[in-house]
Write a protein that binds this ligand. Structure first.
Ligand code: PEP
Length: 256
């Protein structure tokens, strides 16, 4: 199981570093078994957060990157730069990037491919809006995002890819998908990954749920058979809440 925190455009260098230290300490004090943790701070905090996480086993991820290797792209950051700052993961295709920055499935596929070429694990985010769900189009939209985002990208091992199912209507709203809705979509996504790669690969790829996961609802969501962890926004900004979610994951794994 993987519990990853997306800090979005929150924290500055000092508060982000403190949050990372608190998470590292809380993770060390908790018995998390094989639950893996990752945090994705803003770019400016990657290096100090990485320092604060040293030796904790908590992985470092970024929230985005540019698809080109380098050059005249003012304001952008490349995959190689993220690696040089200590990142192992990168969130790609978050719905806020799609919605506010116009990222298309094609852009995201290029980023996924470039992330892999540089050894980063992409956390590919997919998910439908409320209008799309209400219109009965949720699976069609998610299928387009999965097939579009992964098209022709090779992966050596299932650990090289993470997919996050994040229904847009559940992000930051306090509404969550029901555990059944989440599991149904996760199983659907796993089937798509099996079709694109193979069944063994798909069965081991981590598919995270994201969208208002909190300590009080984490157990129900994480105990679904096709839910392999969580991508956590708001609740990842508090070390105790973040680790409380991870503890639920560890308890579920211990029972399995
Ligand atoms: C997210 O943005 O990835 C997310 C899941 O946010 P929240 O947990 O705040 O809904």
């Amino acid at each position: 199981m993987l519990i990853a925190g997306n800090w979005k455009m929150n924290t500055d260098v000092a508060s982000g570093t403190k949050l990372a230290s608190d998470i590292a300490k809380a993770a060390a004090d908790a018995d998390l078994g094989s639950v893996a943790l990752a945090v994705c701070p803003p770019y400016v905090s990657l290096m100090p957060v990485g320092d604060a996480l040293k030796g904790s086993g908590v992985a470092l991820g970024a929230q985005n990157m540019h698809q080109e290797d380098g050059g005249a792209f003012t304001g952008e950051v490349s995959a190689a730069m993220l690696v040089s700052a200590g990142c192992t993961h990168v969130v790609l295709g978050h719905s806020e990037r799609r919605q506010y920055f116009g990222e298309s499935n094609h852009d995201i596929q290029q980023k996924v491919a470039r992330a892999r070429q540089n050894g980063l694990v992409p956390i590919l985010c997919v998910g439908e809006t409320k209008a799309e769900r209400d219109a009965g189009d949720a699976k069609t939209v998610v299928e387009g995002q999965v097939r579009g985002g992964l098209a022709d990208v090779p992966f050596d091992a299932p650990g090289d890819l993470v997919i996050a199912y994040e229904p847009v209507w559940a992000i930051g709203t306090g509404d969550t998908a029901t555990p059944e809705q989440a599991n149904e979509m996760h199983a659907f996504i796993r089937g798509l990954v099996a079709d694109l790669y193979d069944k063994a690969f798909a069965s081991d790829v981590h598919i995270l749920y994201g969208g208002s996961m909190k300590p009080h609802n984490a157990e129900d969501l994480l105990s679904q058979p096709d839910v392999d962890g969580g991508l956590i926004g708001g609740a990842s900004l508090d070390a105790d809440s973040f680790i409380a979610i991870a503890r639920h994951g560890a308890a579920i794994e211990a029972k399995a």
